[in-house]
Design a binder for this molecule. Structure first.
Ligand SMILES: O=C(O)c1cc(=O)[nH]c(=O)n1[C@@H]1O[C@H](COP(=O)(O)O)[C@@H](O)[C@H]1O
Length: 272
């Protein structure tokens, strides 16, 4: 199924705009898992199985696996999600971006090797660097626009003929790159007013919104500025605040409670 269709269905089926980020950090694992032979897989699988009915997507962050030499674990984890929780889309957070000939290989890394449904990309190299991804109409192409980090404004807010660069990026992608309807943008929860400006230029295009929880973004402000008329259009992503909500053998139950609490808070705000 196309990424955009499965996202729409997951929003409705699970009544959720929550995306759980899978960012394994073994030093933060509960003690009983820390020295287990397959700890990264066991940890992530437990989180996935405990939260799959509460989310609209999972977003594994590739560096968290690659730094641990655990790319094979990432492959197995995504295969597990597809097998056990069909219909929950997987976004590979890789933030790739390179010249077209190399981008082909990044596209096959994301979609053939890892079997991701969508991938995060950096648009800085321009249209041809993204074309191999745009051509995959069935896959989600999620482009950095206004990132959540403190230095995000260094370049993204620069004046570009009277408008900030991030808005030019949003406008160009919505107008010229989205022929297959498979584009989405990353807009951090830490800049809700800018997120609202992006929403105003991209219509109902989905926005991936990291930056709540550990980075301090405000859920209510995100909903106020970012939801569509239908009350959706957002994938509100949280990693550490869910993954490490508990520290004991009941860590997966604690993660479930955190994801459920976030879903409820979001739903109150979007319907309020
Ligand atoms: O593309 C992303 O997912 C992303 C974009 C952005 O602007 N800010 C951002 O924090 N992220 C990712 O979202 C996750 C945020 O993690 P938490 O702050 O623990 O919820 C990390 O995996 C980041 O790499």
């Amino acid at each position: 199924m196309h990424f955009m269709q499965s996202l729409q269905q997951a929003w409705t089926r699970n009544d959720s705009l929550v995306c759980v980020g899978l960012d394994p950090e073994p030093a933060k694992f509960p003690a009983h898992l820390r020295d287990a032979p397959d700890a990264v897989f066991d940890f992530c699988r437990a989180i996935v199985d405990a939260t799959a009915d509460l989310v609209c997507a999972f977003k594994p962050q590739i560096a968290h696996f690659a730094a641990l030499r655990a790319e094979d674990t990432l492959e197995r984890l995504i295969a597990h999600i597809h097998a056990k929780h069909p219909g929950v889309p997987v976004i590979l957070d890789a933030k790739r971006g390179d010249i077209g000939s190399t981008a082909q290989h990044y596209a096959s890394e994301a979609f053939e090797r890892y079997q991701a449904d969508a991938v995060t990309l950096n648009p800085y190299l321009g249209r041809d660097s993204i074309q191999p991804f745009l051509d995959r109409a069935d896959k989600g192409v999620i482009l950095l626009c206004r990132t959540s980090n403190p230095g995000g404004a260094d370049f993204q807010a620069l004046d570009c003929s009277g408008q900030p660069l991030y808005l030019r990026v949003a406008e160009t992608i919505a107008r010229d790159w989205n022929a297959h309807g498979n584009c989405a943008l990353v807009t951090g929860a830490t800049w809700p007013e800018e997120l609202g400006k992006v929403r105003a230029v991209v219509g109902d295009m989905p926005l991936l919104v990291p930056g709540i929880g550990a980075q301090g973004g405000d859920v209510e402000a995100v909903l106020r500025h970012g939801r569509t008329a239908a009350g959706t259009g957002l994938l509100i992503s949280s990693s550490r605040a869910i993954l490490y909500a508990g520290h004991g053998e009941d860590f997966a139950a604690a993660a479930r409670a955190a994801a459920s609490g976030l879903r409820d808070t979001i739903n109150r705000c979007r319907r309020g």
